[in-house]
Write a protein that binds this ligand. Structure first.
Ligand SMILES: Nc1nc2c(ncn2[C@@H]2O[C@H](COP(=O)(O)OP(=O)(O)OP(=O)(O)O)[C@@H](O)[C@H]2O)c(=O)[nH]1
Length: 845
């Protein structure tokens, strides 16, 4: 009857297509109904081909694709028609939600990848947040609060940072597992899901440091890198959620004590003896029963080799064997890890469990629980693909220790738990048995006990296939309907619920990150702008000041050196000029005249040296004040950045003066004792003195002596000459000797001074020394001047670097402000869209 709405073939395909496409895309009969991923045939391709530009439509207040209404049922519709109709409506809503969630997942992955890229260029700030014990959905503000002050502009970037709060999902409003009030939906609040409320929370617990302490002790880059890992994990998780919601299959794990009748129960559900049943425990590996259409319609067993990852297309991973071999396979625990059992369920789709036209159910028959297998089965039950756990317990044995342990764990971890009390036919006092078992269930899983009407069933599985006892079959039909409803009705929430809540929490985290980073980037941008406004004129001023100060230094050096040169020259010249007056050597008679001459010479040179030293001292004083003036300029313009070097004036003029002094080689000679120039002036033109003068001047030269005599004879006549010559000679010699001797004391200083002056003039002594002194001064003054210049240079370069860095950072902040502002808007709006996905509607129809 239901074929009126969904022809058998297209209905199953319709279940795997995004809503709306099934109606527009004609299905091809030859198209494989299932992909290799088991049930496959998902909407993944359609969603992957989804054009991102379509996202704009999600921004509208229309979270779901337009709904298609099914034609109303006629008055002649049977119960079966109505049930089938209801299932199709559920499936339709389920598909709408599934497609919408898939789109949201892709959109969020895109957002996270963008965030990762941003994190590379602008390391994302991570808030040091802690949750309060009392309110796990609220984050506490902490040290980052100071970034946020009341906004007067109203711009999103200046929003006051409110304590981050988690989005209110439909689950948020539910009471906790142990809560007694409100509509209980505790099975959806598994610890794993609630942990995911902190999706982007970094695990920073190291040693005794708290998270907020660590956030501050870690480098921004380290946080960014940790966050990057977290984003990668979130993207990975989103992809697995997407795979999960796109998987149309639902897996039911059937487990329980050894020999409780699990295999018999599975066979009863299939209405076929597929799995081996035995008095002895026999199932030792997990057997998954699937519709054989997945396996191209071939009924067979794929015994998966131990350690291999099953791939239906790769025969190296399994051994294909006929169904009849299953009996042997289930005990070959050393060779096989699992068996995939492909069977034909030829019942009409409203009766079939594996192929019911709405959802594809796979039954997994687990090995019986014992102390060894309880952990393995618990791990298996935790797998994401397991939507429902059916626990089979023997009415005769009740719950063993292993059973209780498993149920305690499963009740905590699994969303849906279904308990089948089997072998009820063997119980005589059925009421007492029911009461006792329900009491035990109340202790083990209060939630299952609360819903025991739907979740706990007392049946006899072995009576179902032969159908001899209609009462027992009826009980089993009830169980089957409950189980089917349980799987189908709750599937939206079991599959889509986690994706929705994960998305909401993730979007909430993204929103918080966007808000915080938008604020921080905005504040940083403001501060950079004011930094730049301060830096620019400071930089220009510094450049100008450097030129002015450099000129000032040059002028200072030049003035000081010129003054030093002039002063030195004046000082030394004056001393040399008066050098003959400088000596104070006492005259100790003609016989000590040589010693007198020597001491006089030394005294004269010493007085010149003293003058040079005096000039140097004057230069030192000028240098000290020059250095002081330059240092003052440095302190004035560079403040702390200018470091004054200690100046030691006594270190100046150490070497060159001595070298120059050694160059004065003034030596004594005989002429230094006589001043003939003066004798000529005093004696006039008298003959005798002339003769004496001539004779005196030539007295050390014999040929000149003879010439002098001949000359004198010519003048006075030979006769007179003969008479006068002797006394004249005697008188002349005497006078000359007397004069010479009496003039030595005066002649020596005069001659020496003259000689020294001449020598110094030849050496250009005055200029040389003045030049040397002023050069030394220039050299000394250049040092602080260079220091000052390099200080300025450093200062300017520092300002330039700061300016460039601030400009670059400003650009980055502008990008960040825009990016996080958009991200904030987008994540809020997207969270609103996701929040409006009404998963409840799918199950309430
Ligand atoms: N009387 C009665 N016997 C049952 C019922 N269900 C199963 N049995 C029998 O119980 C025995 C064990 O059944 P199985 O289905 O092999 O039990 P199992 O839990 O799969 O066993 P293992 O997987 O080996 O632990 C078989 O002989 C079944 O015929 C039932 O409802 N009533």
């Amino acid at each position: 009857m239901s074929q009126r709405y969904y022809p058998a073939e297209s209905s199953s395909r319709g279940a795997r297509r995004p809503f709306g496409r099934a109606a527009t895309t004609p299905s091809t009969p030859s198209e494989p109904a299932f992909s290799d991923s088991g049930y496959g045939g998902s909407i993944s391709e359609d969603v992957r081909n989804f054009d991102l530009s379509e996202l704009s439509e999600l921004n509208e207040d229309m979270p779901m694709p337009p709904r298609i209404s099914l034609p109303a049922l006629g008055a002649d519709a049977t119960d079966g028609d109505r049930r089938q109709h209801q299932m199709h409506v559920q499936q339709m809503h389920y598909n709408q939600n599934r497609v919408a969630l898939s789109r949201s997942i892709y959109r969020t992955i895109d957002t996270l990848e963008g965030l990762q890229n941003m994190n590379q260029t602008w390391p994302i700030h991570y808030p040091a947040v802690q949750r309060t014990e009392s309110s796990p959905m609220q984050r506490k503000t902490s040290v980052t609060d100071d970034f946020f002050t009341p906004d007067t502009t109203g711009s999103p970037s200046r929003e006051r940072f409110a304590p981050p709060r988690r989005a209110l999902t439909s689950f948020d409003r539910q009471p906790t597992r142990n809560s007694r009030s409100g509509t209980p939906e505790p099975r959806l609040m598994s610890p794993q899901i609630s942990q995911e409320f902190n999706i982007l929370k970094l695990d920073l617990r190291i040693g005794s440091l708290s998270q907020s302490e660590l956030v501050h002790s870690l480098e921004k880059e380290s946080i960014a890198s940790l966050l990057d890992n977290k984003l990668t994990q979130a993207i990975k998780h989103l992809r697995s959620l997407r795979d999960r919601i796109e998987d149309t299959a639902s897996k039911v794990l059937v487990t329980g004590d050894l020999n409780a009748g699990k295999s018999t129960f599975c066979n009863a559900l299939l209405r076929k003896k597929i799995l081996p049943e035995d008095q002895q425990p026999c199932t030792e590996i997990f057997c998954e029963v699937l519709d054989c259409r997945i396996n191209n319609g071939v009924e067979e067993v794929h015994a998966i080799f131990k350690g291999a990852t099953y791939d239906r297309m790769d025969e190296r991973t399994f051994e294909a064997r006929p169904l009849k071999d299953l009996e042997d396979i289930v005990i070959m625990v050393d060779k096989y890890s699992q068996a995939k059992v492909y069977v034909e369920d030829s019942r009409p789709i409203e009766q079939s469990l594996l192929r019911n036209g709405v959802v594809d159910i796979a039954l997994i028959d687990a090995p019986g629980l014992n102390m060894d297998s309880v952990q393995t089965t618990a791990v298996f039950a935790r797998q994401e693909e397991i939507d429902v756990v059916v626990f089979v317990v023997s009415a005769e044995n009740h719950f063993t220790l292993s059973a209780k342990e498993f149920l305690w764990n499963a009740a905590n971890e699994k969303a849906y738990l279904f308990i089948v009390v089997n072998r009820f036919d063997n119980i005589r006092d059925k009421v007492r048995c029911q009461r006792m078992i329900l009491e035990q269930i109340a202790n083990i899983s209060p939630q299952t006990f609360n819903d025991s009407q739907d979740l706990v069933h007392f049946v006899s599985s072995n009576a179902v296939i032969d159908g001899k006892d209609p009462d027992k079959s009826h009980d089993f039909d009830n169980l089957e309907n409950s189980l089917r409803g349980f799987v189908l009705d709750k599937r939206a929430r079991s599959k889509l619920g986690p994706a929705k809540s994960y998305l909401l929490n993730l979007l909430q985290d993204i929103e918080q990150l966007a808000l915080i980073n938008n604020n921080i980037a905005g504040r940083e941008l403001d501060s950079l702008r004011s930094d730049l406004a301060r830096l620019m004129p400071k930089y220009d001023e510094s450049v100008k000041a450097r030129i002015a100060v450099s000129d000032e230094c040059d002028r200072q050096i030049e003035d000081t050196c010129n003054a030093v040169y002039r002063n030195s020259r004046r000082e030394i010249s004056r001393t040399i000029e008066d050098v003959d007056k400088a000596h104070q050597i006492p005259w100790r008679g003609v016989f000590n005249s040589f010693k007198f001459a020597e001491e006089t010479r030394r005294a004269m040179l010493e007085s010149i040296t003293r003058a040079v030293v005096e000039a140097e001292n004057g230069a030192r004083r000028s240098t000290v004040s020059g250095v002081g003036a330059i240092n003052a300029l440095g302190v004035l313009h560079l403040n702390q950045e200018y470091v004054e070097k200690t100046f030691r004036p006594d270190f100046m003029f150490k070497k060159k003066r001595d070298a120059l002094g050694r160059n004065i080689k003034t030596q004594l000679d005989a002429f230094d004792f006589f001043d003939f120039d003066r004798q000529e002036k005093v004696a006039g033109m008298s003959m005798s003195l002339t003769v004496l003068s001539v004779a005196g001047s030539r007295m050390f030269n014999i040929s000149s002596w003879v010439d002098g005599v001949v000359q004198a004879t010519n003048i006075v006549g030979i006769r007179n000459a003969k008479r006068l010559i002797i006394p004249a000679i005697i008188a002349g010699v005497g006078a000359a000797a007397y004069w010479i001797i009496s003039d030595v004391q005066r002649a020596i200083p005069k001659k020496l001074a003259k000689k020294i002056k001449r020598e110094l003039a030849e050496m250009d002594y005055v200029h040389q020394n003045s030049e040397r002194i002023s050069k030394e001064v220039r050299k000394v003054l250049r040092f602080p001047a260079e220091e000052l210049r390099s200080g300025f240079q450093k200062n300017i370069e520092g300002l330039k670097v700061k300016k460039e860095e601030a400009t670059k950072r400003k650009g980055e902040c502008e990008v960040a402000v825009k990016y996080f502002g958009n991200l904030l808007r987008e994540s809020r709006e997207h969270a609103g869209v996701v929040r409006r996905y009404d998963l409840e509607a799918a199950s309430n129809h």
